[in-house]
Ligand binder design. Structure first.
Ligand code: GLU
Length: 420
């Protein structure tokens, strides 16, 4: 069975994920019961977090933590702070984390958290109170051997530091392994901050080899200039690629001769905003269909859809964001011969180095950046090759292949435990 038979475009990210899971498990030979178990998170906690704002008033925020499945090991995944966070999105994101961990062979299931808020309009102290309040609200559910959070959209090492401190106070012992993406002095790992982008460059290079494109001189468009997008622009620029387009939430810049990436990195604020300083802005929608060899959506969900998939010029699509492409768009791009490196593979660098951070915290022994990068590269090269080979062998698209590779171990663990 392939994804082509599904009516996909109308679905939200969660329903879309459930559809692909159903097909992937069927292709792996599993029946209805396994699908029933894996199509929803095992646990979902909704919390209300009262926060004293700087002006003295109290604002109550809604947050979530979803744990998809812990048959393989503790659950793992980031926490996002964003005004559009929803329960459905957090559930989908937790399942994607399971698949990332499955593809890369990490001993985890997937988890995810989110708070509906706009950190761009909150002060430093308000963010601290919100971060600590969230940890107090979910503390029963999480822990270094249960569920290990990390950064995601609009959260960073400072937020991780507050959360680790709050958790350690509640438990009354130092608990660095409770959360990853911490600052180095609090048990963070060398190379964690740039690890998502590093991972993207590794799988991009593998995909480019397959497509007969050289990264040196390749024209690349990156949508989004946050943690992943900005480090990626720097790495690609340093590697001799021509970064012809970048964007943020407010617009995009495109220059067929290549952008001055270091200048843009200098001007960028901590939320990745930079395009508002320029008059020659185009829209994000316009950026996606400009001339390029490689397109990297590194922002938010649902950017490449049935409407624009036929107009995309890239030969390779590397999904650094979670869920940027709909299933219908995947089908159109695959038919047009565009090589897709799906999100659950392309963006796995972050959680891989988070795993290294957790291992180092558990051992109390810390590795060099070279050691981290070498291990990251090894895992991603073999993960890419597994997904690519499975797609070729079974004659399926890269997304379905990634789901099949990613779910295989979890389904086996569920069987061994006797849950299904
Ligand atoms: N939030 C990142 C992701 O979506 C990293 C998760 C982690 O490090 O646990 O993959």
């Amino acid at each position: 069975m392939s994804l082509q038979t599904l009516d996909k475009e109308q679905l939200n990210v969660f329903q879309r994920t459930q559809q692909v899971i159903g097909v992937a498990l069927k292709n792996l030979g599993y029946g209805q019961e396994m699908q029933e178990l894996l199509k929803e998170p095992l646990r979902l906690l909704t919390v209300r977090i009262p926060v004293r704002m700087d002006n003295g008033s109290v604002k109550v925020f809604t947050g979530y933590r979803a744990q998809h499945n812990d048959a393989v090991g503790p659950t793992k995944g980031g926490i996002r702070f964003h005004p559009e966070v929803t329960e459905e999105e957090v559930k989908a994101l937790s399942i994607w984390m399971s698949i990332k961990c499955g593809i890369t062979g990490l001993p985890y299931g997937g988890g995810k958290g989110g708070i509906q808020c706009d950190p761009r309009s909150m002060s430093f102290r308000e963010l601290e109170r919100l971060s600590r309040g969230y940890v107090r609200a979910i503390s029963q559910l999480v822990g270094p051997t249960k569920d290990i959070p990390a950064p995601d959209v609009f959260t960073n090492s400072q937020v991780m530091a507050w959360m680790m401190d709050e958790y350690s106070r509640i438990r009354e012992f130092d608990s660095p392994g409770f959360i990853t993406g911490k600052p180095l002095v609090l048990g963070g790992s060398a190379g964690r901050e740039s690890s998502t982008a590093k991972g993207v460059t590794i799988v991009m290079r593998e995909a480019a080899n397959m497509a007969g494109i050289s990264i040196e001189g390749a024209r690349v468009i990156i949508q989004g200039f946050g943690n992943a997008g900005s480090f990626l622009a720097k790495f690609l620029y340093d590697a001799g690629a021509k970064v012809v387009g970048i964007s943020d939430a407010y617009g995009a810049l495109y220059d067929a001769d290549g952008l001055e990436i270091y200048d843009l990195l200098d001007k960028r604020d901590s939320f990745g905003t930079v395009t508002n300083l320029f008059n020659n802005r185009i829209t994000n929608r316009e950026l996606l269909v400009q001339e390029c060899d490689i397109l990297v959506p590194a922002a938010i969900e649902n950017q490449i859809t049935e409407e624009n998939a036929s107009s995309i010029k890239a030969r390779i699509l590397v999904e650094a964001a979670n869920g940027p492409t709909t299933l219908k768009a995947t089908e159109i791009l695959t038919q047009r011969g565009v090589l897709i490196v799906p999100d659950v593979l392309a963006s796995a660098g972050g959680v891989i180095v988070s795993y290294f951070e957790w291992v180092q915290n558990n051992q109390g022994y810390y590795w060099s950046e070279e050691e981290v990068e070498e291990k990251l590269e090894k895992i991603l090269i073999s993960s890419f090759s597994n997904v690519y080979r499975t797609a070729e062998q079974k004659g399926i698209d890269m997304r379905l292949s990634a789901y099949m590779v990613g779910l295989r171990r979890m389904a086996e663990a569920v069987k061994w435990r006797g849950w299904v």
